[in-house]
Design a protein around this ligand. Sequence first.
Ligand code: NAP
Length: 290
Amino acid sequence: MILLDGKKTSNEIKEEIAKKVVELKSQGKKAPHLAAVIVGENGASLTYVNAKVKACEKVGFDSTLVSLPIDVSEADLLSKIDELNNDDNIDGFIVQLPLPDHIDEHKVTLAVNPMKDVDGFHPENLGRMMLGLPCFLPATPAGILELLDRYDIETSGKSCVVIGRSHIVGSPMSVLMARNTKVGNCTVTLTHSRTQNLEQITREADIIIVALGKAEFLTADMVKEGVVIVDVGITRVADDSKKSGFKLLGDVKFEEVAAKSSYITPVPGGVGPMTIASLMLNTLQAIDMK
Ligand code: NAP
């Protein structure tokens, strides 16, 4: 079994990006600037946003964190987005999800200028992805492609099962794995909560991408020997032995599934850091798109 080490790979990518930033600056250009908007103080969201801001500092990007109170009105949030859309200094920005219930997430996604949408959630970017046109790919699926690519995992002609059909992970992932690209050309099955006989489907799979948000859902009896496993799930589970009071679990029962896998991502240290790396890559791309 080989660990698909997202932490190590993302550090390599960050070093490559840092070199490009030095190059840009030596040509008299400015460093890429990523802004992140966070509404409220949800613990997990704060952790993710802080990790993104820290990653910006590490590669030499400029970064701006916009923290808005939990009771910010939808109109005020949209007006902040408008400001970021029109700020020439900002190359790309993200609005950390989830948002409080009184804010319509679709309205917010649509309000982001597609040219600055480095999370790749805007319908224009998703549509361009479907057509294979230049666009920002959604950060988590893009990070997974990059990881599979850098580990030289053969995907062509393989059967790939994606568990979960969210707009930000499962659905775009299924499209990307089926594309006629180096990492792609899979025969893809997209599964969800209404899928029947899921174990039968996963047992046939060469590659399984698990993104349903249920801790340790995928067990050894659901996979075949030699399978490639990508675990997207992150669930916080109480753990008194940790300083934070919780530990992170993926959607895969790691030890037993790892024993049957050829490659597997850990949680933490797998897909999470790759998502951040692809956000950085998208921000760098935003400069070229300008
Ligand atoms: P989501 O919006 O919560 O959707 C979950 C999906 O799983 C839905 O499509 C649902 O089906 C499906 N599902 C639920 N129970 C199922 C079952 N028993 N069998 C098969 N499918 C089932 O998911 P998400 O936003 O993609 O997040 C998934 C997980 O990934 C979460 O743990 C999240 O924290 C994590 N995540 C991690 C990263 C990262 O960077 N590592 C990024 C994003 C998300 P229905 O559509 O039928 O309801």
